[in-house]
Design a protein around this ligand. Structure first.
Ligand code: NAP
Length: 312
């Protein structure tokens, strides 16, 4: 059975950047773009509308179009792309064993770029209005809400950070939280409380996103203390209830932190398993940007390339 030099798992900005670099280094990477991991091939950018903060694209471009360009660039250097999920891995010995459906693949090195996904509430209308008012990323979409009224759901640091960021654009930001106490750090709480554009709506759960054709117009909420149901008008809804890394298949095979993110050695993409590298959101709960994912995808490619050279 042939042993691949490099198998890349994942097809967001990190995976494709790792592919471009390793392909140009003549390592003939094999990339699994996935079907389910991270929601879909292409990762979280497939769920955004316009991307305006990726350097080099002054006019901006749509998220899916951007991922198509990443893919084309990887294919230009003859990356082999497989539209399947890796369903299990065995990192206990080299070459590493990866399984997809019935097939097994052997690999000298593996670059994990399976990303993370925003957690959603799973309520009616939430999916339908994604990209049309509903978002899980203020840095991506906040700009489109100039002088608009926005709701943010959640009570952790992410929710307050998103809300504070959104005050740069929005006329009013209401934080809807299901309890009457925040989980966020004291300093973030103080900042949010001091901001005149932010108001809090306590003990309240969003039950449904309301809208008309392709635009959300508001939400239906339940006050869980009084059981009162009411409607709130809003142009946008930012869901900030946490992220989940796509690392289920790596459990027990590689060191993960408490939240399930892959642990990498500081300043590198080296994981707890020699020969396995990780880039993008799967190892980063802090920055979570397309450009930082591409950056760490590049680092993973260079780390893997050097590691392979050292083996020879
Ligand atoms: P988090 O701390 O887990 O908070 C999630 C929030 O969402 C909680 O308030 C939770 O409510 C609420 N929630 C969860 N499921 C919900 C649902 N289905 N419907 C409505 N509300 C729901 O997540 P996070 O804010 O993303 O933060 C993750 C980690 O990153 C934390 O350690 C945080 O400190 C860190 N972080 C730090 C910064 C910063 O320092 N600048 C920024 C962002 C994140 P309950 O409180 O009722 O459980």
């Amino acid at each position: 059975m042939d042993v691949e030099n490099i198998v890349i798992i994942g097809s967001g900005p990190a995976g494709y950047t790792a592919a471009i670099y390793t392909a140009r280094a003549n390592l003939k990477p094999l990339l699994f773009e996935g079907q389910r991991l991270g929601g879909q091939p292409g990762g979280q950018l497939m769920l955004t509308t316009e991307v305006e903060n990726f350097p080099g694209f002054p006019e901006g471009l749509m998220g899916p179009e951007m991922m198509e360009k990443f893919k084309k660039q990887a294919q230009r250097f003859e990356t082999r792309i497989v539209s399947e999920d890796i369903t299990s891995v065995d990192f206990s010995a080299r070459p590493f064993k990866l399984t997809t459906g019935e097939k097994q693949i052997l690999a000298q090195t593996v670059i994990i770029c399976t990303g993370a996904q925003a957690m959603w509430m799973g309520i009616p209308g939430e999916q339908r209005y994604q990209g049309h008012g509903v978002s899980a990323c203020a840095t991506c979409d906040g700009f489109f809400f100039r002088d608009k009224e926005i709701l943010v759901v959640g009570g952790g640091d992410s929710a307050l950070e998103e809300a504070l960021f959104l005050t740069r654009f929005a006329s009013k930001v209401s934080i809807v939280h299901r309890r009457d106490q925040l989980r966020a750090s004291k300093i973030m709480q103080e900042r949010a409380m001091k901001n005149s554009k932010i108001v809090f709506i306590w003990n309240t759960q969003v039950q449904e996103v309301l809208g008309y054709e392709t635009k959300m117009t508001g939400v239906r909420v339940l006050n869980n203390q009084t059981n009162e149901v009411s409607e709130l008008k809003a142009d946008g809804l930012f869901v900030a209830i946490g992220h989940k890394p796509n690392t289920q298949i790596f459990e027990g095979q590689i060191e993960l932190d408490q939240k399930g993110y892959i642990v990498t050695r500081s300043g590198s993409t080296v994981t707890s398993v020699e020969g396995v590298f990780a880039g993008g959101d799967v190892a980063d709960h802090k920055y979570r940007q397309a450009v930082t994912a591409a950056g760490t995808g590049c680092m993973a490619a260079l780390d893997a390339e050097r590691w392979l050279a050292d083996q020879e």
